[in-house]
Design a protein around this ligand. Sequence first.
Ligand code: R2B
Length: 363
Amino acid sequence: MSGACGSQLAKDVNELKAMVKAQNKRIDKLIKHINEGCEAKEEVQLESTMTGLNPYIECLNPDILYHLNLSTDTTDFPKVFGDVRFVCLGGTPSRMHKFANFIMKEIGLKMNSSVQLKDLAEDAHRYALYKVGPVLCASHGIGGPSISIVLHELIKLVHHAKCQNPIFIRMGTCGGIGVEPGTVVITSEALDGQLRPVYEVVVQTTPELRPTKLDADLAKDLKSLSDPCCDGFDVIIGKTLCANDFYEGQSRLDGAFCDYTSAKKMEFLSRISHAGVVNMEMESSAFAAITSQAGIKAAVICVAIINRLEGDQISAPEERLTEWNSRPQILVGRYMRKVLYSEDCTDEDTCDCAGGDQTQPTE
Ligand code: R2B
């Protein structure tokens, strides 16, 4: 066994120990709770931790989250969603279904094998929404307008539910700029098509520029959970260009229209690379601006499925794309375990919950 993988094994053992310790503590707490009864405890009234929200929300009775098929008059939000700690978003419903099942195992939850996770937003026919314990998993579609709608409704969801400082993470695919396909890229700064660190929203004909701030510590934490030797992939942090289009917006030569030359395309890619851009995708600006407006700690973590300096068309085989897609999910799973299990450690515990195992999301 190589030294690197030996230390990985030690990490895994430590993590397992921490997990067992945390589970035992939970069982002790439950037994205590059963013995003492619930009456003795005074209910703490929690408030929403969202900031800067629309004041009209409080007048909405009910508030209908149309695209998620949820309403405050038919769902008791604090009861159903009050425990949500993480809101994870990804492009497609199937990817998020797979992620929801993966994360269930990762955080140690079990479901009867004959039961399927329920898509809570199924009847709205737009986005998928799964709840796995403290984790909400939602699909967001393609582009700023699509992710913006689901974010408005998810933020109102966690607000009505009075969730305490939920962390939002977008996981996705991207084109790398001088980056090896399969590399995981965590966004330091989301730039728009004009390389501005803003998301433009036109309100009543007036363009408003909203800052695209992401949490630098969260980005570093996610990166720190990777182990390039054992994982077999690299993780980098860098700037992301968020385009409003997949073809001309990302200077591709393979769209239905193209008014520039191949040389101009390469000049553009080289220019953005010199400006520190390491990848391109289509949702980071809206995601960063909207989450930061609500005071939410957030990160964008994508896997590069092509190096745009080498081509435009995505030609990797399906199995490879599937494996690449799982990479951001693996790191997010480790992060959740770290947050959830290290919280259960007290000072006298020696916890190393940060390790990573080789578990992968499966189909
Ligand atoms: C990456 O992939 C999608 C386009 O194919 C888009 O959602 C994005 O950002």
